[in-house]
Design a protein around this ligand. Structure first.
Ligand code: NAP
Ligand code: ZN
Ligand code: ZN
Length: 348
C-alpha cells in the first residue's frame, strides 16, 4: 500500500508532528486525490486531544479536504483525473439502511465511516484524515468543487459549511424569520452567511466584544454580546430559530429564553463537557425545543457547494503552513480564529 506524508498526534498530550501513513491501493470504485488544502475544524482538536474519548493514535485529523484527482478505479464514472474535488467528514456508510437510502448518510444506522475516527471497510484499519499528502476515497463520497469557488476557500465548506447549511435548511429558515447564530468561529461565521443568504433577519451572539464589527461585515443584521444581560433581555421570546456553534460547555437557558413559542434551539457544537441543560419550565412554557444536528448528507453537501457558487458565499480564511498547526490550534482555543484556518498542503 502506498505510504504518504502526514501530520498527526501520537497521544492526547502530544503536539501534531510529521509522520507517515498508508493509503489503500486504488480499488475499482475509488478515487485517489492529491490534497491541496485542508481546513482546521475545532473537531480536529477535540479528536486529537481525545476530548470525545474515542481517539485512535497516531491520530491524523482533517475533514475539510480539497484536492485534485490523480487516479481512478476501473468502475469510476463520477470523477476523472484532474478534477477538483472535496471530501468532508464521511468517506463511506452502509448504503442500505433507511437514512443511507434517503441520502442522509450522516445518520447511517451502522454508523458511517468518518474521514478520521472511522474504520476503513476495505482494510479494517483506522481511517486517517486530511492533514496528509493524498487520500483514497470511494467515488460516492467525493464532492465536485464548482469552478467558481477558490479551492482554498472551498475546503472549510466541507464541514463548517454543511454543518450550518443543513440545519438552516431542515428548519426552513427564510424570509420573515428572526434567526440567531451563537459563536463567531468557523461554523458560526458560515451560519451567519447562510442564514443571511436564505433571507432571514440574522442576529449573532458572541462572547468576544472584538468581533462585533466583523460579525456585521460577515452579514449579521444585529450583534449581541452575550454577557450583556440587558441586550439579551431585549431579544426575549423573539427568535424563530437559533443555531448554536459554541465549542465549550455553556448554559443553554439564556438562549432558550430568546425563542418564540414553538421555536427551536439547534446545537451543532460538541464540547468536551456537557452543557447546562434547558429548564423544563422554559421548554414547557413556550413549547420550545432543543435539538441537535450532525454535518449533512452527500447530496446535500453537493447542494451546499453549488449554493455557495451561485450566491458568492465563501468562508473568511487564514492560510497557514503545515508546521504552524499547533500554533493555530492554540488560537482556535482562544476563540482567536478569523474565521477558519486552512493548511496549504504544499508546505507539508
Ligand atoms: P471555533 O472556530 O472554535 O468556534 C467556536 C466559537 O464558540 C468561538 O469562536 C467562540 O465564539 C465560541 N465560544 C468558544 N468558547 C466559548 C465559551 N466558553 N462560551 C461561549 N462561547 C464560546 O469552532 P468550530 O470549528 O466552529 O466548531 C464549533 C463546535 O462545533 C466544536 O465543538 C466542533 O467540534 C463542533 N462541530 C460539530 C459538527 C457537527 O456535525 N455537529 C461539525 C463540525 C464541528 P465567540 O468568540 O463569538 O463567542
Ligand atoms: Zn468539522
Ligand atoms: Zn447506512
Amino acid at each position: 500500500m502506498p505510504q504518504v506524508k502526514a501530520y498527526g498526534a501520537q497521544s492526547a498530550e502530544a503536539p501534531i508532528a510529521p509522520l507517515t501513513i498508508e493509503r489503500r491501493s486504488v480499488g475499482a470504485s475509488d478515487v485517489s486525490i492529491d490534497i491541496l488544502y485542508c481546513g482546521i475544524c475545532h473537531s480536529d482538536i477535540h479528536f486529537v486531544r481525545n476530548e470525545w474519548h474515542n481517539a485512535n493514535y497516531p491520530a491524523v485529523p482533517g475533514h475539510e479536504i480539497v484536492g485534485r484527482v490523480t487516479a481512478i478505479g476501473d468502475s469510476v464514472s463520477k470523477h476523472k483525473v484532474g478534477d477538483l474535488v472535496g471530501i468532508g467528514c464521511l468517506v463511506d456508510s452502509c448504503r442500505v439502511c433507511a437514512p443511507c437510502q434517503e441520502g442522509e448518510e450522516q445518520f447511517c444506522e451502522k454508523g458511517g465511516t468518518g474521514t478520521y475516527m472511522g474504520i476503513e471497510k476495505q482494510t479494517g484499519q483506522p481511517t486517517n484524515g486530511g492533514y496528509s499528502k493524498a487520500i483514497v476515497v470511494d467515488q460516492d463520497f467525493v464532492l465536485r468543487v464548482p469552478s467558481k469557488l477558490k479551492p482554498e476557500e472551498a475546503a472549510p465548506l466541507l464541514c463548517a459549511g454543511i454543518t450550518t447549511y443543513s440545519p438552516l435548511r431542515h428548519w426552513k429558515v427564510g424570509p420573515g424569520q428572526k434567526v440567531g447564530v451563537v459563536g463567531l468561529g468557523g461554523l458560526g461565521h458560515m451560519g451567519v452567511k447562510f442564514a443571511r443568504a436564505l433571507g432571514a433577519h440574522v442576529v449573532l451572539f458572541t462572547t468576544s466584544k472584538s468581533k462585533v464589527e466583523d460579525a456585521k461585515r460577515v452579514g449579521a443584521h444585529e450583534v449581541v454580546v452575550s454577557s450583556d444581560r440587558e441586550q439579551m433581555k431585549a431579544h426575549a421570546n423573539s427568535f424563530h430559530f437559533i443555531l448554536s456553534t459554541v465549542a465549550a460547555s455553556h448554559d443553554l437557558n439564556p438562549y432558550v429564553n430568546l425563542l418564540r413559542r414553538n421555536a427551536t434551539l439547534c446545537l451543532v457544537g460538541a464540547p468536551e463537557h456537557p452543557n447546562k441543560p434547558a429548564s423544563e419550565f422554559s421548554l414547557i412554557g413556550g413549547r420550545r425545543s432543543v435539538a441537535g444536528s450532525p454535518i449533512g448528507g452527500i447530496a446535500e453537501t453537493q447542494e451546499m457547494l453549488d449554493f455557495c457558487a451561485e450566491h458568492n458565499i465563501a468562508p473568511d480564511i487564514e492560510m497557514i503552513a503545515m508546521p504552524d498547526v499547533n500554533k493555530a490550534y492554540e488560537r482556535v482555543l482562544k476563540s482567536d480564529v478569523r474565521y477558519r484556518f486552512v493548511i496549504d498542503m504544499a508546505t507539508l
